[in-house]
Design a protein around this ligand. Structure first.
Ligand code: ADP
Length: 278
């Protein structure tokens, strides 16, 4: 297999440095990065190796019960939240990973504070949870479409930071990936949804309304990345115009988090030779 880029190189290319968020500009981040993976086959090989390693690490995490991992995926329509989840966890047992999509809040969800529905599905010990959209919608769509007063939205950045700090201090690592695509690429993917019969179900005319608000969304994403990239839960911007590289980068970052948890199969309090199975 061709060399994988080092985990440090992947982090350096994608992290929103919590120490200099005031300098961060989303426009400076490429939607296509071919330096990490010069060719697609290399990305595919790297993804496969990492996805297999993630499966093994998740088994050990479950056995060790030494904490949990929350993977937050954000990105505009067609950025690849579903595709990334499928690819990165292709080999992982469904027993150990739960995927939670966050759509428009229900009446009961709206009757509570916006973090209520999120906290309930935070991962339990030994598990991985993937949020397909997340509490960040409450500073993205809610902000762009004026679904809450601006003072309320303004308070949420710090509330979210404190919420994530609470999770981290209580044993959950929080990995946040923003899937970054260009407007041209989104246009092609929306067109593909119309053209390819098996993809038509994915097309939602309201996606075109959001596309008209492209610049407002980019601004809202930039503010979110600046204000919520913290030392305990930094954001990573994943170049996502290339599907294979997007998944390969995401898998490197997920693997890195799990390796940092260093899950070890527990020692048993018996000697196997004590038992005879008849
Ligand atoms: P997806 O587009 O992720 O495949 P859906 O078609 O179910 O899934 O879309 C989910 C929709 O719910 C998105 O338009 C998203 O902006 C919206 N949504 C998510 N969270 C909120 C929220 N807190 N308030 C309003 N709308 C939300």
């Amino acid at each position: 297999m061709a060399d994988q880029p080092s985990l440090d190189d992947v982090v350096a290319a994608t992290v929103v440095d919590p120490g200099s968020t005031h300098e961060f500009r989303l426009a400076d981040r490429a939607q296509r990065n071919e330096e990490l993976f010069p060719d697609k086959d290399q990305a595919k090989d790297s993804l496969k190796a990492d996805a297999q390693a993630i499966d093994e690490l998740q088994d050990a995490l479950f056995a060790a019960q030494c904490g949990s991992l929350l993977v937050v995926l954000q990105g505009i329509d067609t950025a690849g939240k579903d595709g990334t989840t499928k690819a990165v966890f292709k080999y992982t047992s469904p027993l150990g990973v739960r995927v939670h999509p966050f759509g428009k809040p229900t009446d009961i969800e709206l009757a509570h504070d916006y973090l209520w529905r999120v906290h309930q599905v935070a991962p339990r010990n030994g598990h991985i949870a993937v949020f397909n959209r997340s509490h960040y919608e409450d500073v993205l769509v809610v902000k762009v479409r004026n679904l809450a007063p601006s003072e309320k939205v303004e308070q949420r950045y710090e509330q979210i930071n404190q919420f994530e700090k609470h999770l981290v201090e209580n044993g959950t690592r929080v990995l946040k990936l923003m899937l970054h695509i260009s407007k041209e690429e989104q246009g092609e993917r929306l067109q593909e949804r119309l053209d390819v019969p098996k993809k038509r179900w994915k097309f939602n005319p309201s996606d075109l309304e959001d596309r008209k608000l492209w610049d407002d969304y980019q601004d809202a994403y930039e503010t979110m990345l600046r204000r919520c990239s913290t030392p305990w839960a930094p954001w990573y911007v994943v170049p996502s115009d290339s599907r294979s590289r997007r998944a390969a980068i995401a898998a490197r970052l997920v693997r890195r988090e799990l390796e940092a948890m260093d899950p070890q199969f527990p020692e048993t309090d018996y000697r196997p030779e004590q038992f005879k199975i008849d």
